[in-house]
Design a protein around this ligand. Structure first.
Ligand code: 5RP
Length: 294
């Protein structure tokens, strides 16, 4: 059976050749999907740019009340005009977010861990497909812990969500979970993202890393990059820029937006990078000009 050494044997990712997407649909690897799947993916990835800015506020499903997310009912109305997709739990959406924002919805459907656990990897399926459809979710988000003790649990949950999603036309977003003992290397992310895509996820979320363009090239569905721990705004924008230059189809930022002193300005600056090809200097200048007006 092949092992991690096999990855070292790979040499050519054909970085100079774009992915041969089937047909003219703007989402990588989705050309053979049904109309409903492609409509929901179009609610996530802008048909004009092919990219997305997801705002992630699903942290509460295992972190409780995170700094910056204390009052979703006050935060989301301020940010909704500045992002493309709301990524949250059904509890947060139903209680604190108006359905009138007409934004894409990435619904967190896995759960099972909390900050009181050392090992977060044993998650399970929390939201069934009927409730995901009732919430009009445009994709269902599942944490996948490749290499952790809970690997099989999370792959089982991912597969259940993909099966139900294929049955009803709701895409699956597989989220690469990086436990504290896991390596944040291209070697790990190539393995994790490819496994998640091979198991049928329509979108994969992971983190930026060295040789990120190879991670993207080896993944047959769009990669969206998580922001990770709060960084100084310029560093976060630099990471966003490098991720897009490396072939990401968007960002899924949480803490680097909601823990910024200027969340709207941060979301807008990320959007300029994602949808208008702003350079890091243009985005930083935009951020500084925007925050000075707030
Ligand atoms: C939480 C998540 C978040 O959706 C993801 O990590 C993005 O949030 P952040 O940018 O704060 O990392 O999966 O478990």
């Amino acid at each position: 059976m092949a092992d991690l050494d096999e990855i070292k044997a790979e040499k050519d990712y054909h970085l100079d050749k774009p992915f041969t997407t089937v047909g003219d649909f703007h989402v990588k690897g989705a050309g053979n999907l049904d109309w409903g799947m492609r409509k929901r993916l179009s609610n996530i990835f802008n048909p004009k740019t092919g990219n997305t800015v997801m705002f992630a506020f699903d942290h509460g499903y295992f972190m409780g009340s995170v700094s910056g997310l204390e009052r979703l009912d006050l935060l989301i109305p301020r940010l909704a005009p500045h992002i493309d997709v709301l990524m949250g739990t059904r509890g947060a959406l139903r209680t604190s977010v108006s359905p009138s924002f007409r934004k894409g919805v990435a619904l967190r459907v896995s759960s099972g861990s909390s900050m009181l656990n050392d090992d977060l990897s044993h998650e399970t399926l929390a939201v069934d497909i009927e409730d995901a459809i009732r919430m009009d979710a445009d994709c269902m988000a599942v944490q996948v812990f490749i290499g952790a003790d809970g690997q099989k649990d999370s792959i089982d949950t991912l597969s259940k969500v993909v099966n139900a999603g294929n049955r009803y036309g709701v895409p699956t977003l597989g989220v690469v979970a990086v436990g504290k003992d896991m390596e944040r290397t291209d070697r790990y992310f190539k393995l994790a993202t490819r496994i998640i895509a091979e198991l049928g996820a329509n979108i994969v979320k992971t983190y930026y890393c060295d040789r990120f363009e190879e991670v993207v090239a080896a993944c047959p569905v769009p990669i969206v990059v998580a922001g990770g721990k709060k960084l100084p705004e310029k560093e976060a924008l630099d990471m966003a820029f490098k991720a897009m230059q490396g072939g990401a189809s968007g960002l899924d930022m949480g803490r680097n937006i909601f823990q910024s002193r200027y969340p709207q300005a941060m979301a807008d600056a990320v959007s300029k990078i994602v949808h208008e090809n702003f350079t890091i200097n243009e985005a930083w200048e935009f951020f500084e000009d925007t925050r000075s007006c707030l």
